[in-house]
Design a binder for this molecule. Structure first.
Ligand code: HT7
Ligand code: ZN
Length: 885
């Protein structure tokens, strides 16, 4: 496999102006005829024209209407080359045959539940026809689709429908024209038996946009929330960024077989059904929230990704980081900002810290790759990219950021650009000094920021001294210091924010006031590696600093705050994110010290102050209920293992289980009344107060479920039977499933019987069992592989069952290697069907060096077996080989 480097980027020798595609869709074969107008970048160029093409059968090729003979071109398994194309502008016509019905990779054109659909990002278009499959080739497309009318009554592509009609032999056709230039990764086609939910949105300039969400007929009633989300997103983008939709039609299609969440194809978004279909009985609050966020995300791409796209795939975070940031802000505005930030930071930590510390570490803009798809798999690039965009906003403020966005669109609409172009727009629009901010794009590794504080009672000054270190990562042994925006507030002894007026930095006095008004929070610009001091003036008592408010930069913070400072912040910080964070820091410290006790066979005891701290949060009626739910949830086992020299899954699991049980038994009556007082109303409402109540009730129920107590089993069974929505029903099922036994078996069987006809609910049932910590669960998971509802070809099922299993530290990392062996076998089977899904699964091995020697040996064996397999895909090769390197 060939590694591709950013430094080797070259502008294409040829551009495409118009692309006319004609699809003749069939059961045995599909014919794709393309007609492209080509022009050279440099007048008079005689460079060869190299087209990408994979798994294609070439039928014919014509240049300016003249058929080429063998010898006039070269064809290999990946490219079609014209060694000497004509000078100047010419037309290229290529007929190709493909077999979408046999395409299990789910990239290019494939079939899902009998319908045709496409997935072209990142490099799937080359599986449809020969093309320069790179995002800096932007062209105007028309697409004619011809197919059997009964089997495929609906024919969709990008843009506007300009013609349709019937043909002989029971066929029909439709012609679509997209007036906007686009890269081929945004091309889409759908043909099948679908029905739509229709609505309209009138843009602020008065354009009436037809909105259609397409699914199989029986699922149309489940698209109401997706439609609500789409209209909310369209309105939000107008209100917050002044961005209007630009066509008269916006289609969304839901398909059950999809490698990722969704795809932002111009005016024809294609979605994994999981992120469209919802009804209160079948979808949880988390599903509802995910649909809102992802519908928003794909819609927002219309401007950030489609109108302005990436020059090359190394710039992926230009569109993904920015669009993830935009969807995060959208969801924050639609619900609770703090809770959303907590959820996003938790996700970031789950992807950022492990990846940054492992063999797959790479910067936000990678320097090289073998298979581009692997960057989506890690999610790092998406979430970390969003953090980089968030830092611009932190530094510039809401208005400054908006100015930067306006300039970005003004300069680059219709272009394929780079991260530097985005940086320049932000900088130029604000005349900002961003120091070496660009390093965030090129330097890998999570900076570790250390802070110490001291108070001078005589001078009335408070000093914060920072130092930073970026750990070495593969290929980057030595690091430069980064520009880190650190948002800070100071709490007085009553827990209120002190007013901040001025601060000395590097010996110069700077005002921190905004519009001459003192402020309660300020952003410090930390740039140096060694000690960098900020001294706050006019501070009349020793404050407790609230550092990195709202997680203002994606770093690991190590401060000298004592436990009592942290308890104080947990109780009082006006920055709710930091309230949560203080609780998490305390919990992490506690868990790590108990892990050490466990490893030394010491008895485990729980610090009463910790119980008290959690109790006061749990019982504080002034707090948002979802915030409470988050604040009383312990850090995950993965997060704690990441902080250990040698990860010990058994010890971490034992400790987390111990703390949960201990909290449940000491706070049993509080948890019981929390359940009692927060039962859902009969009617399901998707809004923050209702979701928050359910989140709190179900967190309490989960704690109670850890107890060996028949009263609790009865309670959970009651909750299960009386639940009126999936959130509550599944939470009760999860609480019951914590302990093996007849009740668990019966309720799991009941749940399956009830929901066997809904594949999305059945996937939840698979995931719940797969993630179980019951010892030896690998055998149960192996059995489930043969369950009639399971299918290795469907990514959602694989993510639920196999992905769920790999997320359970005790069983995946079982000492006897049974978990590793299971995954090794599955990866090889999967790789033959769907390399993208296989590479997602194999990445569970990538941190094998973090474990003890015996686990290392067992995991390494599996990786080596995978590497030695014949015909391994590039996707799996890249992850497995980098993991072993
Ligand atoms: N932009 C979309 C990327 C995507 C993708 C990438 C590789 C393989 C399959 C894929 N499906 C969708 C995702 C998004 O931005 O939501
Ligand atoms: Zn995206």
């Amino acid at each position: 496999p060939k590694e591709i480097f950013l430094k080797d980027y070259k502008s294409p020798d040829y551009y495409f102006d118009t692309v006319d595609l004609r699809f003749s869709l069939g059961e045995e074969k599909t014919i794709v005829a393309s007609k492209i107008t080509v022009f050279p970048r440099v007048e008079g160029s005689s460079a060869p024209l190299v087209l990408d093409g994979v798994d294609l059968k070439l039928i014919s090729i014509k240049v300016d209407g003249k058929e080429l003979k063998e010898g006039d071109y070269h064809l290999d398994s990946r490219h079609l080359t014209l060694p000497s194309p004509p000078e100047g502008k010419f037309t290229l016509e290529i007929d190709t045959e493909i077999q979408p019905q046999n395409n299990t990779s789910l990239e290019g054109l494939y079939k899902s539940s009998g319908n045709f659909c496409t997935q072209c990002e990142a490099e799937g278009f080359r599986k449809i026809t020969f093309y320069q499959d790179r995002p800096d080739i932007m062209a105007k497309y028309t697409c004619r689709i011809e197919a059997d009318k009964l089997l495929y009554p609906v024919l969709l592509s990008n843009g506007n429908l300009i013609e349709q009609g019937t043909l002989e032999g029971g066929k029909h056709y439709a012609v679509w024209e997209d007036p906007f230039k686009k890269p081929c990764y945004l091309f889409a086609l759908v043909a099948g038996q679908l029905e739509s939910r229709d609505d309209t949105f009138v843009t602020r300039s008065g354009r009436k946009v037809a909105l259609r969400i397409w699914t199989p007929a029986q699922d149309v009633p489940k698209t109401a929330h997706a439609m609500y989300s789409l209209k909310a997103a369209m309105k939000w983008d107008e209100d917050v960024f002044g961005l209007e939709y630009d066509l008269d039609l916006f289609n969304v299609v839901a398909v059950p077989d999809f490698n990722m969440g969704a795809m932002e194809n111009k005016s024809l978004n294609i979605f994994n059904s999981k992120l469209v279909l919802a009804s209160p009985e079948t979808a949880s609050d988390a599903d509802y929230a995910a649909i809102l966020g992802v519908i928003g995300h794909e819609y927002f791409h219309n401007w950030t990704g489609n109108r302005v796209t990436c020059r090359d795939w190394f710039q992926l975070s230009l569109k993904e980081g920015l669009t993830v940031f935009r969807d995060q802000e959208f969801s924050s505005d639609m619900g609770s900002r703090t809770v959303k930030r907590i959820a996003d930071v938790s996700k970031l930590r789950n992807y950022q810290f492990p990846q940054d510390a492992g063999p797959m570490a790479h910067p936000v803009r990678p320097h090289s790759y073998i298979k581009m798809d692997n960057f989506y798999t890690g999610k790092f690039l998406l979430y970390m990219g969003a953090e980089v965009v968030r830092m611009y906003k932190t530094l510039l403020g809401t208005q400054g950021f908006r100015k930067g966005m306006d300039l970005y669109f003004k300069r680059h609409d219709g272009q394929a650009v780079t991260c530097e172009d985005f940086f320049a727009a932000m900088k130029d629009a604000n005349g900002a000094d961003f120091a070496n901010f660009l390093l965030w794009y090129s330097q890998a590794g999570t900076p570790v920021v250390k802070v110490t504080s001291s108070y001078n009672a005589e001078a009335h000054t408070f000093s914060l001294k920072f130092s930073q270190e970026v750990p070495p990562t593969p290929g980057q042994p030595v690091k430069e210091s980064m520009f880190i925006p650190v948002a800070v507030g100071l709490l007085d002894s009553s827990g209120k924010d002190m007013t901040l007026s001025s601060v000395y930095h590097n010996g110069t006095l700077q005002s921190v006031a905004s519009n001459n008004q003192p402020v309660l929070s300020t952003v410090l610009r930390v740039t140096k590696q060694k000690e960098e001091e900020f001294v706050f003036c006019d501070i009349f008592e020793r404050p407790i600093p609230s550092l990195l408010r709202g997680y203002s930069a994606p770093v690991r913070l190590e401060s000298d705050l004592s436990d009592s400072d942290l308890f104080f912040l947990l109780a009082h910080d006006s920055d709710e994110f930091n309230r949560w964070e203080s609780g998490q820091v305390l919990a992490r410290k506690l868990m790590l010290s108990l892990v050490a006790d466990f490893q030394q066979s010491k008895p485990l005891t729980l610090n009463p102050k910790f119980v008290q701290g959690l109790k006061s949060i749990l019982c504080d009626p002034s707090l948002d209920k979802e915030f409470i739910a988050k604040a009383i949830t312990l850090p995950g086992e993965g997060e704690i293992m990441d902080m250990m020299e040698v990860a010990d899954p058994d010890a971490v699991h034992a400790v987390r289980t111990f703390i949960r049980k201990e909290l449940a038994s000491q706070l049993k009556s509080e948890f019981l009344s929390t359940v009692e007082n927060n039962r859902s109303s009969e009617e399901y409402v998707f809004d923050h107060p209702n979701m928050a109540g359910r989140a709190l009730k179900n967190t309490a129920l989960a704690y109670l479920g850890s107890l060996e107590d028949s009263e609790i089993t009865e309670l959970a069974l009651h909750e299960y039977k009386t639940a009126t929505n999936m959130t509550d029903q599944f939470a009760a099922l999860s609480a019951i499933s914590q302990k093996p036994g007849k009740t668990r078996d019966d309720v799991l069987a009941d749940f399956y019987t009830k929901w066997q006809h809904n594949y999305l609910v059945v996937n939840k049932w698979f995931a719940l069992q797969a993630m179980s910590n019951i010892p030896g669960n690998v055998e149960n998971v192996r059995k489930l592989l043969n369950h009639p509802a399971f299918d290795l070809r469907n990514p959602n099922k694989v993510y639920s069952l196999i992905g769920g299993f790999c997320g359970s530290p005790v069983n995946f990392h079982a000492k006897d290697g049974s978990g590793y062996k299971f995954l090794g076998e599955i990866v090889l089977q999967l790789d033959k069907l769907n390399p993208q899904v296989a590479s997602r699964m194999v990445s569970a091995f990538s941190r094998w060096r973090r474990f003890d020697e015996s686990r290392q040996t067992l995991a390494k064996q599996q990786l080596e077996t995978i590497m030695s397999a014949n015909g391994l895909s590039e996707n799996v090769f890249e992850i497995a080989s980098k993991s072993l390197a």
